[in-house]
Design a protein around this ligand. Structure first.
Ligand code: C2E
Ligand code: CA
Ligand code: CA
Ligand code: CA
Length: 275
């Protein structure tokens, strides 16, 4: 077994080099991407179930890489965090998305994802203020989505920053709810406006009793805490029916639309369920 282990190690060595090489190349590309205008914000609709209409669009970042084609966040966000670029990129997303959203109807909100690294220092509040002022988008139409890693990596000022953002009139959503270890305790630390139920729970719907019980519990929890609930990753009508039944506020997923470029939202801006 030992000999095998050594052989395996030697076998993987060139592979590791190739991986690190590829990472270094991607890092250099990433450092130029903002300046070269290679980022693009896509938008995926959130549908309010009771009102049968689009209530919000979530901004999802895409990188149009000149050689590799379009890259998804999972290919580059963690790298951007590691090399200290995420705050700059995040500020750009806020500005671009706010400008796009200012063109939509007044009752449609914009949701933007934040990385925990954007909570280091005090730049985030300024970035949000600049984005709102430059675009004319009212603060009440902006929702910021954070995952529990933001609370987990709290260096002391995360809650203060969240409260400052709230004072501006911005809404705060807890993303990927239920996937971490302490989602519930974070609900007590900060009064979120919205809970986004992670799509791993929706995938099990309509299915057995457990999945339904969990959705019912989270929707009930949200309602009693005065928070709205959004179900992510809704892919079929059976899931939508269950979510409607359990009192979920909003739904989001491929059943309605994947994320699209800003120029391709016209039909969604007048979307009605079932029509
Ligand atoms: P997220 O915030 O949980 O966003 C939802 C992800 O699920 C998106 O992937 C979306 O395209 C995908 N999705 C939507 N509907 C469905 C569905 O019905 N089924 C399935 N299987 N998937 C669905 P995407 O765009 O690849 O984004 C991945 C993650 O990257 C996001 O997860 C978010 O955490 C992060 N991200 C995206 N944009 C930004 C950004 O501007 N800044 C930061 N910091 N993170 C971002
Ligand atoms: Ca999100
Ligand atoms: Ca999510
Ligand atoms: Ca996620």
């Amino acid at each position: 077994a030992k000999a095998d282990g050594r052989g395996t190690f030697r076998y993987f060595e060139p592979d590791m080099d190739a991986k690190m090489q590829a990472r270094r190349v991607l890092e250099l590309d990433l450092r130029k991407a903002l300046l070269n205008g290679e980022f693009e914000v896509y938008y995926q609709p959130l549908i309010n179930i009771a009102e049968d209409r689009v209530s919000c669009f979530e901004a999802l970042l895409r990188w149009n890489h000149p050689l590799r084609g379009q890259l998804l966040p999972d290919d580059f966000i963690s790298l951007a965090e590691e090399i200290g670029l995420i705050s700059q990129i995040g500020a750009w997303v806020l500005r671009q998305a706010a400008m796009d959203a200012a063109e939509w109807l007044d009752d449609i909100r914009l949701a933007v994802n934040l990385s925990s690294a954007q909570f280091k220092g005090l730049g985030l509040v300024q970035d949000v203020v600049v984005a709102l002022e430059a675009s004319g988008l009212p603060a009440s139409r902006l929702e910021l989505e954070i995952t529990e890693t933001v609370m987990l990596h709290d260096t002391g000022n995360t809650l203060a920053i969240l409260h400052k953002l709230r004072e501006l009139g911005v809404r705060i959503s807890m993303d990927d709810f239920g996937t971490g270890y302490s989602s519930l305790s974070y609900l007590r630390k900060f009064p979120f406006d919205k809970i986004k139920i992670d799509r791993s729970f929706i995938g099990d719907l309509p299915g057995g009793g457990d999945a339904v019980a969990i959705i019912k519990a989270i929707s009930g929890l949200g309602a009693s805490l005065g928070m709205t609930t959004t179900a992510e990753g809704v892919e079929n009508w059976a899931q939508l029916d269950k979510l409607r039944l359990e009192g979920c506020t909003e739904v989001q997923g491929y059943l309605f639309s994947p994320a699209r470029p800003a120029s391709q939202l016209a039909d969604l801006l007048s979307y009605a369920l079932g029509s």
